[in-house]
Design a protein around this ligand. Structure first.
Ligand code: AMP
Length: 300
């Protein structure tokens, strides 16, 4: 089944307690589509500036990622995010966000993207996410990601979006902020009342939870001691989960649990290197081997 992601394509500046890197290829749509391409083809929609290195686009294309919908804005500069991680590598601070070409991004979907069956609206302005949905021709499963910024400054648009999507992913503090509840299960149930069929709460190194009206699934993060750069873990999680749904073409309970496990496993690889570094070293077999190890950890 076809899979579409819409979101940021970025050149990130990342600072951790042990290293600092500049102009690292990143952005939600990049992590999502790179991870998704282990499972099947991915259509990517986004915008970059003229400064975006061409080899990045060639690399994405070589991975079965369709970049027809990646606009290269003449005279524009690529979105740039700068972040700093603290000692525990779980908490981070945004030092700077240069929206550049992302600031006035008006998504226009190529004809073949409009027929995508599985759609992920990565973190971005809810009004942009809605503009994408307005162009879709009957997607089967639409999941969106959001963040505290949009809950704070575009709540009305976010509430309108929630009525039109199947699922939402957000982190624990964002779930609390959106719902006004401190208990995460209560928070998720309140968010379900706002429209989506399911809510996925990401808890960083503590794993994730899937909550629908009838189901609650929890999954710990895969334990790794090689955390170099957590950037993109959330988008990788979403990429693994959505791409597995698209490859199976269904979302029954067993498929949901396996999709959550794949999301967790790919995210564990992402954090083991800067940007895409670690993901570029691995194959689908490495993902499956780690998935098996993960499964053994629960077998008793
Ligand atoms: P994650 O670590 O999964 O939350 O995603 C990190 C990625 O999100 C980075 O590569 C950033 O380029 C991108 N990002 C950070 N802030 C924003 C924002 N306001 N809008 C869109 N993408 C963002």
């Amino acid at each position: 089944m076809s899979l579409l992601v819409v979101g940021s394509v970025a050149l990130d500046n990342i600072e951790t307690p042990i290293a600092r890197r500049e102009k690292v290829l990143g952005g939600a749509a990049v992590f999502f589509s790179y991870v998704g391409s282990f499972f099947g083809p991915v259509q990517m929609l986004g915008v970059v500036g003229e400064d975006f290195p061409h080899e990045h686009i060639e690399m994405l294309k070589s991975r079965n990622i369709d970049t027809t919908g990646l606009e290269i804005r003449k005279g524009g500069k690529t979105f740039a995010w700068s972040g700093k991680y603290f000692e525990n590598m779980n908490d981070r601070e945004t030092l700077d966000t240069q929206l550049n070409v992302l600031g006035d991004f008006k998504p226009t979907l190529p004809e073949e993207y409009r027929r995508a069956e599985y759609v992920f609206l990565a973190n971005g302005a809810p009004e942009t996410q809605i503009a994408v949905l307005d162009q879709m021709l009957g997607a089967q499963l639409v999941v969106a990601d959001t963040m505290d910024l949009w809950i704070n400054i575009q709540k009305e648009n976010l509430l309108a979006l929630l009525k039109r999507i199947d699922g939402i992913t957000l982190n624990d503090s964002e779930a609390k902020l959106l719902s006004g509840e401190t208990n995460l299960i209560k928070a998720a149930k309140k968010i379900l009342e706002l429209g989506p069929r399911f809510v996925i709460i990401k808890k960083g190194e503590h794993g994730a939870m899937f909550i629908s009206k009838y189901e609650i699934y929890v999954i710990p993060a895969y334990p790794t001691d090689k955390v170099l750069d957590p950037t993109g873990a959330g988008d990788s999680f979403a990429g693994g989960m959505m791409a597995y749904f698209a490859s199976e073409g269904k979302t029954d309970s067993l498929t949901i649990k396996k999709a959550l496990a794949y999301g967790t496993i790919v995210a564990s690889f992402t954090v083991e290197g800067f940007g895409l570094d670690r993901l570029r070293e691995i194959t689908k077999d490495d993902i499956d081997t780690r998935l098996d190890q993960f499964q053994q950890m629960f077998a008793f």
